[in-house]
Design a protein around this ligand. Structure first.
Ligand SMILES: Nc1ncnc2c1ncn2[C@@H]1O[C@H](COP(=O)(O)OP(=O)(O)OP(=O)(O)O)[C@@H](O)[C@H]1O
Length: 112
């Protein structure tokens, strides 16, 4: 299992959630965050306006995904979140050792 973390433009959240739902991703954690990438946050077009701030609002999506589906999930996020403009975001993929569903005690991919 992998933890797929995507930092995206906030207005792309619904599209990304839909795209992940379509490939069968059943759980997500979403957090409102702020950050910067190579542009160092100095200027970025956000909803048509040029921002001159240090940290720009982003949405962080975290999904633990079965190894077999990771490539598909990453592709789905890229397709849904991409505008082609600076600040489209990044995707990080990490190993996950264990997942436990508290209600049933299921573990591993069954608990995802
Ligand atoms: N190396 C990093 N570590 C952690 N978070 C990062 C990193 N790079 C980017 N982020 C997060 O991702 C968000 C979006 O990054 P951004 O798209 O600006 O990256 P970029 O490499 O500058 O891409 P672009 O060239 O499209 O602007 C940032 O606001 C920040 O929250």
């Amino acid at each position: 299992m992998k933890l797929v973390t995507a930092v995206i433009k906030p207005f792309k959240l619904d599209e990304v959630r839909e795209a992940l739902g379509e490939i069968g991703v059943t759980g997500l954690t979403v957090t409102e965050v702020k950050g910067f990438g190579r542009q160092k946050g100095h200027t970025e077009l956000y909803r048509g306006a040029e921002y001159v701030v240090d940290f720009l609002p982003k949405v962080k999506i975290e999904a633990v995904i079965d190894d077999k589906q990771v490539d598909q999930a990453v592709d789905a996020i890229i397709k849904a979140a991409r505008t082609g403009k600076i600040g489209d975001g990044k995707i990080f993929v990490r190993d996950v050792e264990q997942v436990i569903r508290i209600r049933t005690g299921e573990t591993g991919p069954d608990a995802v």
